[in-house]
Ligand binder design. Sequence first.
Ligand SMILES: C[S@@+](CC[C@H](N)C(=O)[O-])C[C@H]1O[C@@H](n2cnc3c(N)ncnc32)[C@H](O)[C@@H]1O
Length: 281
Amino acid sequence: MSDIQQAVREKYGAIATSVKESSATAGCCGPAACGCGDPITSNLYSDAEKSGLPADAVAASLGCGNPTALISLEPGETVLDLGSGGGIDVLLSARRVGPTGKAYGLDMTDEMLALARDNQRKAGATNVEFLKGTIEAIPLPDNSVDVIISNCVINLSSDKDAVLREAFRVLRPGGRFAVSDVVVRGDVPADVRRSMELWVGCIAGALEEKDYAAKLRAAGFSDVEVEPWRVYKIDDARSFLTESGLDVDRIAPQVQDRFASAFIRGRKPEAKSCCGPECCA
Ligand SMILES: C[S@@+](CC[C@H](N)C(=O)[O-])C[C@H]1O[C@@H](n2cnc3c(N)ncnc32)[C@H](O)[C@@H]1O
């Protein structure tokens, strides 16, 4: 396991534990555990989506978007959530694919898997399975998944090419990739970029939006789109950046509108059908 993976695992293990402890004591999400009022994780899900979900699944929501809102899911489909955390997006997907479908969550952190399985049990979801493993080496066969979702996880990986290659491998031909992630827009000086990444929690670094699209195409995806939908303002990060010792007013032009949560989409091309002598030999 890399140092980055170890750091990520420790951070999210502690968050999962704090969600469990705060629900046991106060019935409310703990300060480090949810997006109470923070500009990245707040207001991502509608009341209708949250109703019927276990409170701990909502409290443990640590995403930066709502990937399930990105995509039409059909009954009977198989969905895989990369870095499923407390399981909110898996449980929402499971409702939509119904009893003939399946929703997998994949996570490497034992405490998060325990929390997610607890939430699955409370939700009574039988078409759900949480798998232990890394998103850089997905423990599923080739061509076995219709839709890949993920919510603010790929930015945590130090090997994003491997993640995208693996996503492509497990998707069926025609399968969809619909992910929420933090992206950088244009050039940002390295020190400012690092401070903003720490504010967002992107331990391994966010991709520049054009680089994200290029990596998806390099992995084989077609119909690639990167669509920023929540663009961060300097005041969102002001107190964090000030505490980091940065002169916020001086760097404001380099931060304003340069960091965003984005919807990222792609498709695995359909397998070529037999079309003539040169491909049917
Ligand atoms: C920011 S949280 C997001 C959780 C969930 N997607 C959500 O929206 O609430 C990141 C999650 O991804 C998991 N994770 C991070 N890097 C991973 C990796 N390389 N392989 C598997 N899981 C990973 C962490 O354990 C954590 O549960």
